[in-house]
Design a binder for this molecule. Structure first.
Ligand code: GLN
Length: 232
């Protein structure tokens, strides 16, 4: 049986290269001899309801609103997530899977509600730069990425962040960065984040595929280590 990875609207939400997260998952799944299907969902296509991993990336406010409206009316991502599918959503995608966020006119609208997270825009300067976080769960080491967002995201009290900010802004409240709730991951980290953090790629993969055999990709390790050491 194949692991089905669904990349959602990367033509709308591909501004920051987050579409590369899919390639990393495919590569690391194949390295474990798993069969993988990468399904591209473009605007107008129905979102498959039986995928194993769903990916959303970052983008500008207009395409973000368009993606949110399509996902709301399609319902497929909510259906799959309710059934336990794994979701990794970056930046605009992270805001979309939350409970509320600004639309392209700046008015607060409802998100998909996969996680209890509320995004606002305020008058603080845009958060742009390297982001370093310390996860507080699993086997995850320090993670690094690049952030570029106006929105600030407050998590509900029972929502665990992906990690605590060591440097950078992240969600902008309580030193939280991202969210990791059940099989749903959200983060402000571009990079793509799974290229910069192979351990996070495996954490996402394991949610969908179960325990994984050890796999060391020297190039990925060297890249992750270079970023961590440089930003330490
Ligand atoms: N439009 C959102 C913001 O500025 C998301 C940006 C992004 O995806 N990089 O907060």
């Amino acid at each position: 049986m194949s692991l089905v990875i669904v990349r959602l609207y990367h033509d709308l939400l591909g501004t920051y290269g987050d579409q590369g997260n899919a390639e990393i998952l495919v590569h690391r799944a194949k390295a474990r001899n798993l069969e993988v299907d990468l399904v591209e969902v473009t605007p107008g296509m129905a979102v498959p309801r039986s995928g194993d991993i769903y990916l959303l990336g970052g983008g500008e406010d207009g395409p973000q609103s368009a993606a949110l409206e399509m996902l709301k009316s399609d319902g497929g991502l909510n259906y799959a997530a309710a059934g336990g599918a794994t979701v990794l959503a970056i930046c605009a995608g992270f805001q979309i899977i939350g409970a509320s966020l600004p639309d392209s006119q700046g008015q607060i609208t409802s998100g998909l509600g996969l996680v209890d997270a509320h995004t606002i825009y305020d008058s603080s300067p845009r958060s742009v730069g390297e982001l370093v976080i310390q996860p507080n769960r699993g086997e995850l080491p320090v993670l690094t990425g690049f952030e570029n967002h106006q929105g600030l995201t407050r998590l509900g009290s029972d929502m665990p962040p992906l990690g605590l900010v060591r440097s950078g802004v992240g969600n902008g409240f309580d030193k939280h960065e991202g969210v990791w709730h059940g099989n749903v991951f959200g983060s402000y980290m571009h990079g793509p984040v799974l290229a910069r953090n192979p351990e996070l790629a495996d954490a996402v993969l394991q949610c969908a595929a179960g325990p994984l055999a050890k796999y060391v990709d020297p190039f990925a390790e060297a890249f992750a280590t270079e970023r961590r050491d440089t930003l330490a």
